[in-house]
Design a protein around this ligand. Structure first.
Ligand code: PEP
Ligand code: MN
Length: 369
């Protein structure tokens, strides 16, 4: 059950304490207070967990500071959008807000290879005014003979350069919980020069111990990448592990499904699920056109498949785009064939803005139709 407080009722207010007191009078019920950053206001919600099925709604609904009491479905208890929860919610991290209504591009290196390429990448981002990027230090590779990422060795220069070029958030995959500590320590040593959004890669989508560990830390938000060979329901349940650990700062990322029905693309593009994930959950939704398409093929209309695919996700309401760039894709140690060139960054962003505007116009059209 969720008790939604009226606007401006803060988590630490006596009204919220009263809701918790009333709730915890029932046996085996625990109350968790959550502060939720909405698109227009901060919301306080009290989640009642445990044996809540026999608790009546009325005692809560009658309280003056309560807006409504909602009985939640069994499914996606923590990340789900439950009946009556119409507000778009999200979170803020390092000065950047994420909701189902806004839009960000995380353009950058699939894998960090050298200080020079990292600096060139970050300089290009600053040149176009981007403060969000990707930079992989821990790379899960199909073959053990392939480059595995520089790991913690590269973190000092990555964070220092991020600070130098005003990067606020780096999306960075972790494949083991010890990586979270390494990132935390390196960030601290850099004087917290930047922020990190931890990425759970598609190959770890059902690594439940990793999900629990990343869910239990509250320093970093998480980008969860949909499992490439499991159902959407299974991926959402996996994501639920992050939230039940208490970390609600989650972005859900679509990155294509592994099936040769997607050939000649690397994965079968699943961006039609952008509105589905927005309906089932209140998480901001990201698309990764680079890992979905996997190559830089050009369509006869002069537009890259990656750009077409990006547009498909944005026109459907995606909130983030995670996309690979590299100063010299031929020399990239991971996923060079799908990396866009730095000179393609500016037109790519213009394309994104164009399609985002079209999406917003579509929203207005249907709102007034
Ligand atoms: C990545 O983003 O670098 C990556 C490995 O993606 P995925 O987990 O979606 O394959
Ligand atoms: Mn990659």
């Amino acid at each position: 059950m969720i008790i939604v407080m009226k606007a401006d009722v803060l988590p630490e207010s006596p009204e919220v304490a009263e809701v918790v007191r009333v709730a915890e009078r029932y046996p085996n019920v625990r109350a968790e207070v959550r502060k939720i950053q909405g698109a227009t206001r901060v919301l306080t919600e009290v989640y009642l967990l445990g044996s809540t099925s026999s608790i009546p709604l009325e005692p809560f609904e009658e309280m003056a500071a309560v807006e409504k009491a909602i009985r939640i479905r069994e499914k996606y208890r923590a990340i789900g959008r439950h009946e009556g929860q119409v507000e778009s919610v999200g979170f803020e991290y390092n000065g950047v807000g994420f909701t189902q209504d806004n839009f960000h591009v995380f353009a950058g290196l699939c894998a960090v290879d050298s200080p020079r390429n990292t600096e060139e990448m970050f300089r290009a981002l600053k040149g176009v005014g981007l403060t969000t990027t990707r930079a992989g230090a821990y790379k899960p590779r199909t073959s053990p003979y392939d480059f595995q990422g520089h790991g913690k060795d590269c973190l000092p220069y990555v964070f220092e350069l991020a600070g130098k070029y005003s990067i606020k958030i780096i999306a960075m995959e972790v494949t083991h919980e010890s990586h979270v500590d390494e990132i935390r320590e390196a960030l601290k040593a850099s004087g917290n020069a930047t922020g990190v959004m931890l990425q759970i890669g598609t190959r770890n989508a059902q690594n439940f111990e990793l999900l629990k560990a990343v869910g239990m830390q509250h320093d970093f938000p998480v980008m969860f990448k949909r499992g490439m060979g499991i159902t959407l329901d299974e991926s959402l349940n996996a994501c639920e592990y992050l939230a039940t650990g208490g970390n609600h700062r989650i972005v859900f990322c679509l990155r294509g499904m592994k099936t040769n029905l997607g050939d000649p693309h690397r994965n079968f593009v699943d961006f039609a699920h952008v509105p589905v994930v927005k309906r089932l959950t209140r998480l901001p939704v990201c698309i990764d056109p680079s890992h979905a398409v996997g190559k830089k093929t050009l369509a006869p209309d002069g537009i890259l498949d990656i750009a077409h695919t990006t547009a498909q996700g944005i026109i459907a309401g995606a909130n983030l785009v995670l996309v690979d760039f590299h100063p010299k894709p031929d020399e990239a140690l991971c996923d060079g064939p799908q990396a866009l060139l730095l000179k393609e960054l500016e037109p790519f962003l213009r394309d994104c803005a164009l399609v985002r505007k079209a999406y917003e116009e579509r929203q207005r059209l249907y709102a007034t139709a």
